[in-house]
Design a protein. Structure first.
Length: 405
């Protein structure tokens, strides 16, 4: 069924609509379908009898119960197919094993009980294993006309992909832009770098901001969520066609963690790029038009730059200062001085402490919750002589209980 759908897609370019009536749109099937959908969007309707497809990467118009669907038709149009001998001649019968098709039920039944069909089934039994249509997809495509001059937004996780030691930070933007141009993308590029910016060396901050890179100050535990929020805000003003580049190991390798951002990209139908410091062991969830290893992306430019310098000394980055934003207090600063001042001000320090203690208390409650669940399962800890003497030092005899359900 899946293979037929892939074939049909090849013969019928969008716009078009596909309806799948099956309980098996899940797991590998829906993953493959979602990836196919990322590249080429068809309207998608799903119908199921028992098991609803809950894969939220898939963008569909309707996901409804099969029986309900049939009921809705009742009393409306006259029945199309009459069961029994007389059949509408429009329907085709296919035997997928022998590549045989016919329009008559009688012929089809004869075929299925024929020696030839039995032989074919015995020699090449029907494939039961799921065949991925997208697993071997190459990852580098030239720009399509609608994306060639469209905006490109870059979300850069500086924790995962830091600036290599001894590397001139001013070259980050030109390197990224050059890599885009090589593939035919020449639209305006905006870059936001996410990290605990107190840890970023000042010369990097200055160099990057002089090339128009924006900074977002985050802390590790809100790092990813702030990135997603920012991206969502960006989408409001920048509908597709546009490209989004994500520089992050987390999005490249962790399927569960990257699901949220991949879903958003899927929904908005953006063209995607990915860069990572380590090549992921599995195919990333995101369907990309190009992928790079972070260091090779930067090094590419270094070689080119060397050549370019020989040709023209005038090659300079146009200075447009990037913005500095504290994503904890949601405070925007136009200069590095103002940003540094903010990061050391009382209000900001208070916010950081509040966040830190919140996270710590969350971890503590989670631990307590797990302990109490364990006690629910195996009973309270055995009371030993030592524990009776000093109950406060050992286990909590009756741990804090959380209401469940
Ligand atoms: Zn056959
Ligand atoms: Zn702040």
């Amino acid at each position: 069924m899946h293979r037929d759908m892939v074939e049909w897609r090849g013969q019928n370019p969008p716009p078009g609509t596909i309806m799948i009536i099956s309980d098996q749109v899940n797991g590998d099937f829906s993953w493959d379908l979602a990836r196919l959908q990322q590249r080429t969007r068809y309207g998608l309707f799903l119908a199921y009898s028992m098991k609803q497809c809950n894969d939220y990467l898939l963008v569909y118009f309707a996901n409804c119960r099969w029986e309900q669907l049939l009921e809705e038709e009742e009393g409306g149009a006259p029945p199309v197919v009459v069961a029994g001998g007389e059949l509408s001649s429009a329907a085709m019968f296919y035997c997928k094993s022998c590549n045989f098709n016919c329009q008559s039920l009688k012929k089809f039944k004869n075929h299925l009980s024929s020696y030839k069909h039995g032989m074919e089934d015995a020699i090449t039994p029907p494939v039961t294993k799921f065949l991925f249509a997208t697993k071997s997809w190459a990852r580098s495509y030239p720009a399509s006309p609608e994306h060639a001059t469209a905006k490109i937004h870059v979300l850069w996780d500086m924790n995962d992909c830091p600036i290599p030691e001894g590397y001139d930070a001013r070259q980050v933007r030109p390197s990224i832009e050059r890599a885009f141009k090589e593939r035919g993308y020449s639209g305006p590029v905006s870059i936001t770098a996410y990290a605990d910016q107190k840890e970023t060396p000042v010369h990097h901050l200055l160099a990057l901001s002089s090339s128009g890179v924006d900074f977002a100050h985050t802390l590790p535990w809100v790092h990813y969520s702030r990135m997603i929020t920012d991206f969502e805000i960006w989408t409001r003003d920048n509908p597709a066609p546009a490209s989004v580049m994500i520089i992050s190991d987390e999005v490249a390798s962790s399927k569960s963690r990257s699901k949220i951002i991949c879903l958003k990209l899927q929904k908005f139908n953006y063209n995607c790029f990915l860069a990572y410091s380590v090549r992921p062991s599995e195919t990333p969830l995101l369907v990309t038009s190009a992928e790079w290893l972070w260091e090779s992306l930067l090094a590419v430019s270094e070689i080119r730059r060397h050549i370019l310098h020989k040709c023209s000394e005038s090659e300079r980055v146009v200075a447009s200062t990037g913005m500095f934003c504290c994503k904890l207090c949601f405070c925007d600063c136009k200069s590095l001085d103002a940003f540094n001042k903010h990061l050391s001000c009382k209000l900001h320090t208070k916010e950081e402490h509040r966040m830190l203690s919140h996270t710590q208390s969350f971890r503590r409650s989670l631990r307590q919750f797990k302990i109490s669940k364990y006690h629910d399962r195996v009973g309270c800890p055995p009371k030993t002589k030592r524990m009776r003497k000093a109950p406060r030092k050992g286990f909590l005899p009756r741990p804090l209980r959380f209401t469940r359900g």
